[in-house]
Design a protein around this ligand. Structure first.
Ligand SMILES: NC(=O)C1=CN([C@@H]2O[C@H](COP(=O)(O)OP(=O)(O)OC[C@H]3O[C@@H](n4cnc5c(N)ncnc54)[C@H](O)[C@@H]3O)[C@@H](O)[C@H]2O)C=CC1
Ligand SMILES: O=C(O)[C@@H]1CCC=N1
Length: 281
C-alpha cells in the first residue's frame, strides 16, 4: 500500500490548470462559497479567458501552468483529455517537489496515468462533475487513489461540494460509467427538452408556449424527483391514469425502446471514456 502524502492546509492556494467552462463553474462556486479569490490561481493560454476570469471572479490568472501552481497545495486539472499528458509532463518536476493534492475533472484519464505523467507517487482525486455545477446544482463522482489521506479526501470533497452534490466511487473502473450517467447526462435531458419542444410545435402550439411548457415540465418533474422522496416509477404511476393520455404516450415510448436506447447511449459514453484514456496515453 503506497504511503499517503500529508495534504495541504485548506488556506493554501488552489491552482486551476485550464480556465474553460467547467473550471469557471467550479471557481464560481468556490468564490460564491466565500473563498478568497486571491487564493485561487487559474492558468489558461487564452488571454480572453484569463481576462474574463479576472474581471468576473477576481481570481489570479496566469498564462502558464508553471506560474499558476507556484505555492499552490491543490492543483485542479481542467484541460481537455487530449492535452492532459503534455500539461502533466510539463509540471512533473514541480510536482515532485511540491507534492500537491491533484484533482482531475477530465473524462477518461485515469489516476494511474496522471500519477505516471506527474512523475509518480502523486495523491490524485479523479472526479467527474457536470455542467449544472454552474448553478451549484451539479453532481460529482470522486475517486481517490491510495496516496490521498483523509484530509485530502475532505479537501477534494469541499472543492466539488461548492458545485453541488458529491458521491464517492471506490472502484475507479466505474468512473467512466459515472461520466456516461451524470457527466454527459445533462445533454440527454437537453435533448429531451428539444424533442418535446419540437413535438409541441408540430402539434400547433405557438413557439413561446411550446418552450415554456416543455422546460417548466422538466423543471417541475426534476423537483418532484429530488424533493418528494418518491421513486421515479411511483411518480410516473401517479400521472398515468388507466386508459388515459399518459398511458397512450408511455406505450409509444416503451414499445419504441426508450429504455434500451438510454442504456445503449450510456454504454457508448462509458466506452468512449476508456477510449479517451487509451488514445491520449
Ligand atoms: N463540459 C462538460 O460538461 C464537462 C467536462 N468535463 C471535463 O472538463 C475538462 C474541461 O472541459 P471544458 O471546461 O468543457 O473545456 P474547455 O475547452 O471549455 O476548457 C479547457 C480550457 O483549457 C485551456 N487550455 C488548453 N491548453 C492548456 C494548457 N496547456 N494549460 C492551461 N490551460 C489550457 C483552454 O484554453 C480552455 O480554456 C475536460 O477534460 C472534460 O472532459 C468534465 C465534466 C463535464
Ligand atoms: O463530452 C465530454 O467528453 C465531456 C465529459 C462529460 C461531459 N462532457
Amino acid at each position: 500500500m503506497p504511503a499517503a502524502h500529508p495534504q495541504p492546509p485548506d488556506s493554501s492556494p488552489i491552482a486551476f490548470i485550464g480556465g474553460g467552462n467547467m473550471a469557471r463553474s467550479l471557481v464560481g462556486g468556490l468564490v460564491a462559497g466565500g473563498r478568497d479569490p486571491d487564493t485561487i490561481h487559474v492558468a489558461d493560454p487564452v488571454a480572453s479567458a484569463r481576462e474574463a476570469l479576472s474581471a468576473d471572479l477576481g481570481v489570479r490568472v496566469f498564462a502558464t501552468a508553471a506560474e499558476a501552481v507556484e505555492g499552490a497545495g491543490t492543483w485542479v486539472f481542467a484541460v481537455k483529455p487530449q492535452v492532459m499528458r503534455e500539461v502533466c509532463l510539463g509540471l512533473a518536476d514541480a510536482a515532485r517537489t511540491a507534492r500537491p493534492l491533484v484533482v482531475s475533472i477530465a473524462a477518461g484519464i485515469t489516476g494511474a496515468q496522471l500519477e505516471r505523467w506527474l512523475g509518480g507517487e502523486t495523491a490524485v482525486v479523479r472526479t467527474m462533475p457536470n455542467t449544472p455545477a454552474l448553478l451549484g446544482a451539479g453532481v460529482t463522482g470522486l475517486h481517490a487513489n491510495p496516496r490521498v489521506d483523509s484530509a485530502g479526501r475532505a479537501a477534494a470533497e469541499r472543492l466539488l461540494a461548492s458545485a453541488g452534490t458529491t458521491v464517492w466511487i471506490e472502484d475507479e473502473a466505474l468512473m467512466d460509467a459515472v461520466t456516461g450517467v451524470s457527466g454527459s447526462g445533462p445533454a440527454y435531458v437537453f435533448l429531451l427538452a428539444e424533442a418535446m419542444e419540437d413535438a409541441a410545435l408540430a402539434e400547433g402550439l405557438p413557439p413561446a408556449a411550446a418552450r415554456t411548457l416543455a422546460l417548466q415540465t422538466i423543471l417541475g418533474a426534476a423537483r418532484m424527483l429530488t424533493e418528494s422522496g418518491e421513486a421515479p416509477a411511483e411518480l410516473r404511476r401517479r400521472v398515468t391514469s388507466p386508459g388515459g393520455t399518459t398511458q397512450a404516450a408511455i406505450e409509444v415510448l416503451e414499445t419504441g425502446g426508450l429504455r434500451t436506447l438510454v442504456a445503449q447511449a450510456i454504454r457508448a459514453a462509458t466506452r468512449r471514456g476508456g477510449e479517451l484514456s487509451q488514445a491520449h496515453d
